[in-house]
Design a protein. Structure first.
Length: 127
C-alpha cells in the first residue's frame, strides 16, 4: 500500500503548455481554425479558447488573440452574407472569396507568430 503523504506531486505534462495563454496556445487556435474548413466545430472551439485566453498572455500574443477573434466573427458575417446571396448565384463566388480571405489572414497570422511578431493592425476587416 502506498502512503499518500510520501507520493511526489504529479509532473506537469508537455501538453499543458498548449492550453496556457501564450504563443503555443495561439498556434493551436490557428490550427483549429484551419481544420475548421473540414470540421466546422473546431473553429468554434478555437474562438472559445481565444476568448478565454485574451488578456492573460500579454505582449505580442494579445494582438494574435484579437486577430483570431475578429477573423472568426468577420468570417462568419461574410459567410452569412454569402449564403443569403447564394440564392442569386453570386453567393457561391463570395463563399470562395471568404475562404480565400480567411486562409490569407490565418497564414499571415501564423507567419507573424512564427517570427514572434505582433499583428500590425489586429482590428482591420481586411487582410
Amino acid at each position: 500500500m502506498t502512503d499518500p503523504q510520501n507520493t511526489p506531486p504529479p509532473m506537469p505534462r508537455q501538453t499543458d503548455k498548449w492550453l496556457e495563454p501564450g504563443s503555443q496556445n495561439a498556434l493551436v487556435i490557428y490550427i483549429l481554425y484551419l481544420v475548421g474548413f473540414v470540421i466546422g466545430i473546431s473553429a468554434i472551439i478555437g474562438v472559445v479558447m481565444a476568448y478565454l485566453n485574451r488578456g492573460k498572455a500579454g505582449g505580442f500574443v494579445e494582438t494574435h488573440y484579437t486577430w483570431l477573434i475578429r477573423t472568426f466573427w468577420i468570417g462568419l458575417l461574410y459567410s452569412a452574407i454569402a449564403v443569403v446571396l447564394a440564392f442569386v448565384a453570386i453567393g457561391f463566388v463570395l463563399m470562395f472569396a471568404v475562404m480565400v480571405w480567411a486562409v490569407i489572414r490565418l497564414v499571415k497570422g501564423l507567419m507573424a507568430l512564427n517570427k514572434n511578431e505582433p499583428i500590425p493592425d489586429p482590428m482591420t476587416w481586411w487582410i
